[in-house]
Design a protein around this ligand. Structure first.
Ligand SMILES: C=C(OP(=O)(O)O)C(=O)O
Ligand SMILES: [Mg+2]
Length: 573
């Protein structure tokens, strides 16, 4: 029966296809004693063999569709299954303790995982712990006779239905087949939503109940513009959405004509419209959408896409490819922003009560200087090949910025001494995403070459509202006067020191926010590539002097988000 689901619009576009449930099955079991160890070992061997052939198929498919690098992780899994040591121990435990294969598998792999995780001075072994965890899940699924979802094996058009999508799940999706997705949880600025925009896959997040309402194979329409989904649509509804999809396509074609135009307001005020990217591969999308810069390269995706810490050489290649791809236009690379909802399976971080307020981003980099210095060296070397800038995430204090900058200077001096070419005008700036930093923007502006406002986090920390929690998503209020005041403080402080301010949070591409940000004097707007052309089109209609008046009124006179929204509507009529 036809049913409507309401969620949060995460990525523009309309899609209709059969549902693919990306849902983790229940892998719980009870420990039992067994009387026939040989039969139990046979069950284990069968499960291992089935896992191997499944992994072979996934590896082959992933190599074909996503490239050899993405497929490496599956090779690592196969290596584990081929290791006689671990499998031998599981078999021994079945034999000696007469327990079922599930219990022996869990107890032996748990032991290996904690042993590897404990090798804090051996990053390679630490990284294997995550692989063992994944492989264990797969073998367990075969023992229990349940199916693990394998998104890399999808070979027909589908709409993905998931409770949530981790950034690494999203990275595995093949755009040729995945036409859209819908999740139970998440907000507009959660990372799965951001990735869906980069991949130009229509998406609805935070629907609350997609995984319970939708069944495998159901026909589903995803309306990523309105934030709706229709399950089992009628013929009329399908026709209606086809029309909507066609209208959207026509609108996009119109915007496309602005690809090579400058980004100027009606009265000639020029700004920079940049793209946010996650890997060098996204540069093509940025260029195709008329980006004048990359305002944010989320370098952590390089780390998340790998099965171990990327080497200096691997990173160097990625940064070089990005700056060369942008052909002289600025590329702002943010140093690793791990933590919060972005974890690295091979870099186990201690469990925390509040990961968003915990050990993350620059806090990890300043602590794990081995990782940080490798990244900085790679960035410095790449700077020779284009216009590269660097910024640090989650800076809260002047000391953190100065410490990070000092390490940067040390690495730069070392490379220069080694005779390696390094650009001598690399701008070093910082993300403005912690309210404490926004309040002392005048002090920070003396040291940082530029600011980039990360509104996704700035709003979550100012409002004390988790950016991925749909139950508090009403507090994601980019136009609230409180947020506008922080933004004004940051922009004004940078301008007083002759510096520039960009914004790389999702707010920069928000069509209601753009008039306000133009009025507040924002210099660079960096957004999902797919939002650039519509923003350029909007800018053409705005008068910057009038928008200054709008911004002043919003900051000084308005009390609520709704009042600001109404004011924007009045000023942009
Ligand atoms: C751009 C930002 O960084 P991220 O979304 O990666 O946290 C932000 O916080 O606004
Ligand atoms: Mg952030």
């Amino acid at each position: 029966m036809t049913k409507m689901l309401k969620g949060i619009a995460a990525s523009d576009g309309i899609a209709a296809a059969k549902a693919y449930m990306l849902v983790q099955p229940d892998l719980s079991f009870s420990e039992t004693s067994i009387s026939d160890p040989e039969a139990e070992i046979k069950r284990l061997d069968d499960a291992v063999a089935a896992s191997k052939s499944e992994l072979e198929a996934i590896k082959q498919k992933a190599t074909q569709n996503l490239g050899a690098e993405e497929a490496e992780v599956f090779e690592a899994h196969l290596t584990i299954l081929a290791d006689p040591e671990m499998i031998g121990q599981i078999e021994n435990q079945i034999k000696n303790e007469k327990v079922n294969a599930e219990a022996a598998l869990k107890s032996v792999t748990d032991m290996f995982i904690s042993m590897f995780e404990g090798m804090t001075d051996n990053a390679y072994m630490q990284e294997r712990a995550g692989d063992i965890r994944d492989v264990t899940k797969r073998v367990m699924s075969h023992l229990l006779g349940v199916t693990l979802p394998n998104p890399a094996l999808i070979d027909e058009e589908v709409v993905i239905v998931a409770h949530d999508l981790t950034p690494s799940d999203t990275a595995q999706l093949d755009r040729n087949f995945v036409k859209g997705f819908i999740t139970d949880i998440g907000g507009r600025t959660s990372h799965s939503a951001i990735m869906s925009r980069t991949l130009e896959i229509p998406a609805v997040v935070g629907s609350g109940s997609a995984t319970t309402e939708i069944k495998e194979g159901d026909m589903v329409i995803i309306d990523g513009i309105a934030g709706d989904a229709v399950i089992d649509p009628t013929a009329d509804q399908l026709a209606e959405y086809e029309q909507k999809a066609a209208d959207f396509k026509a609108q996009k074609a119109e915007w496309q004509q602005l690809k090579d135009a400058r980004s100027v307001s009606k009265d000639g005020k020029q700004v920079i419209l940049g793209a946010n990217i996650g890997t060098p591969k996204d540069v093509t999308g940025a260029v195709d959408n008329g980006a004048e810069a990359v305002g944010l390269f989320r370098s952590e995706f390089l780390y998340m896409d790998a099965s171990e810490l990327p080497t200096e050489e691997e990173q160097f290649k990625a940064y070089k490819e990005a700056v060369e791809g942008m052909d002289g236009k600025q590329v702002v690379v943010r140093t690793m922003d791990i933590g919060g909802d972005k974890d690295l399976p091979y870099l186990p971080l201690p469990e925390e009560e509040n990961p968003f307020l915990g050990y993350r981003a620059i806090r990890i980099s300043l602590d794990r200087q081995d990782i940080f210095r490798t990244q900085l060296r790679a960035l410095l070397r790449a700077s020779h090949y284009g216009r590269l800038a660097i910024m640090f995430p989650m800076i809260a204090t002047v000391k953190e910025f100065k410490d990070a900058k000092a390490i940067f200077e040390e690495e730069k001096a070392k490379l220069v001494k080694e005779g390696i070419p390094v650009s001598d005008d690399i701008e070093v700036g910082m993300m403005m995403e912690i309210p404490a930093a926004a309040m002392i923007a005048d002090k920070l502006a003396k040291y940082a070459d530029f600011f980039s406002i990360g509104t996704n986090d700035l709003i979550q920390y100012s409002m004390a509202a988790d950016r991925g929690n749909e139950r508090v998503s009403y507090l994601y209020q980019p136009y609230n006067p409180s947020i506008l005041r922080l933004i004004k403080n940051i922009i004004d402080a940078s301008h007083k020191e002759g510096k520039w301010t960009g914004m790389c949070g999702e707010m920069a591409g928000d069509q209601v926010a753009v008039p306000l940000l133009l009025g507040l004097g924002l210099d660079e707007f960096s957004m999902s590539a797919t939002s650039i052309l519509k923003t350029r089109s909007l800018l053409k209609k705005l008068d910057s002097v009038k928008m200054q008046e709008l911004a002043q009124k919003a900051v000084e006179d308005c009390e609520t988000t709704e009042e600001v929204e109404a004011l924007v509507a009045e000023y942009t009529k």
